[in-house]
Write a protein that binds this ligand. Structure first.
Ligand code: GLY
Length: 366
């Protein structure tokens, strides 16, 4: 078992990573049982794939459960679903001392965390992420949110979990496309500030996708260590350190918006193309070598991820994509900060990017 601590001054918590951990779930959640039962939130996919075993395991340890099942997919992160979920929590007499368990991918974790933040003015929650993307990114660091008519994740709060439990074995049932989507966020940690880890991703990519247990566990542990370090340094994105985690996300969000935030382009796929665009734009500004951008594209392409606008199914002109970017949460004083790179592992925040130049750059991309 690897235990990674997120060292927040007033609310430190642990991330526990171990293959087969789900089979021992009572060992970890027992301290959170109140009034003899646990409130658990999941979605229809996880209910079918994992819930029967998890429930049996908890029942064996005499832990009663009440289960709330969200619709699978991004539609689960709506105002309507938030209302239903909070009503259900209240009908089940949730108390402030309760720890609501989020068992699922990013959507389940994001909405459960936000519901935990607001219900009864705040109770606690535990994250048990079941997709790679949730394991290496969204379950750690306390960003919670739902989507609004104006865009993705625009209504939310920082609310840290009390514990994150990660079982790499659950990835065995994850579709290849979803695994690749999460892998984009793994590679991101190398690109931000860890060139050695990018080399590791390059070298171990095939092992990872072939199901090598050691490679998968290493990728997850290394990623959550990076995320824990960055979150501990800048929990609420005040100093710019946490903003590094948004590498590829400004371009990526525009691509997601243009494809309707739908299954046409998964978040991690948009981030993959976005990271390549960030490197290509950095090369255009002569901040990094074109070979660096080419190498980033090559590795992500080998993972089966889209690395060009056409791969991503985006045909919009640069001006249209920049229009999408104007809805970005990071807009400040009419400026949009961009993550650019001076090389692999040398990402930095540039607050002075000319959006007209970004549009012209995008017009010239395949
Ligand atoms: N996924 C970006 C962050 O947690 O800050």
């Amino acid at each position: 078992m690897t235990i990674v601590s997120v060292d927040l001054a007033d609310r430190p918590y642990d991330i526990r990573v171990e293959a087969g951990l789900l089979d021992r779930i009572p060992d970890f959640v027992s301290p959170f049982v109140r009034n003899g039962r646990l409130l658990i939130v999941t979605d229809t996919n996880v209910e079918e794939l994992l819930w029967p075993d998890v429930q049996a395991c908890l029942a064996h340890a005499n832990i009663d459960t009440a289960l709330y099942v969200l619709p699978a997919g991004e539609s689960g992160k709506s105002w309507t679903e938030l209302e239903r979920l909070t009503d259900w929590l209240l009908e089940n007499h949730v108390e402030r001392s309760d720890h609501i368990v989020a068992l699922g991918g990013g959507v389940v974790g994001d909405i459960t965390g936000f519901a935990a933040h607001i219900v009864k003015r705040g109770c606690s929650f535990v994250q048990i992420p079941t997709t790679l993307l949730a394991q290496v990114d969204s379950s750690v660091g306390g960003k919670t949110a739902i989507n609004s008519r104006s865009g993705k994740n625009l209504v939310g709060a920082f609310h840290q979990p009390s514990l994150v439990l990660i079982d790499p074995d659950v990835l065995q049932s994850l579709p290849r496309r979803q695994l690749a989507s999460g892998f984009a966020e793994v590679v991101k940690y190398g690109l931000i500030d860890d060139a050695d880890f990018f080399d590791w991703c390059d070298t171990h990519l095939e092992a990872f996708f072939d199901g090598d247990a050691e490679a998968r566990e290493y990728a997850i542990v290394h990623s959550v260590k990076s995320k824990a370090r960055i979150v501990a340094a800048d929990e609420t994105e005040l100093t710019g350190t946490r903003a590094l985690l948004n590498l590829g996300h400004t371009f990526g969000h525009a691509l997601e918006a243009d494809t309707g935030f739908s299954d046409r382009l998964f978040h991690g796929e948009a981030v993959a193309t976005g990271m390549v665009l960030a490197f290509r734009y950095s090369a255009r500004l002569e901040l990094c070598a074109t070979q660096d951008a080419d190498r980033v594209a090559k590795v992500l392409h080998r993972a089966g991820l889209p690395v060009t606008l056409s791969d991503a199914g985006v045909t919009a002109k640069g001006a249209r994509l920049v229009e999408h970017m104007l809805h970005d949460k990071k807009m400040a004083g009419g400026k949009l900060p961009f993550l650019l790179a001076r090389g692999i592992g040398k990402t930095f925040l540039n607050k002075d990017v000319d959006l007209a130049d970004i549009a012209a750059f995008l017009d010239n991309q395949d």
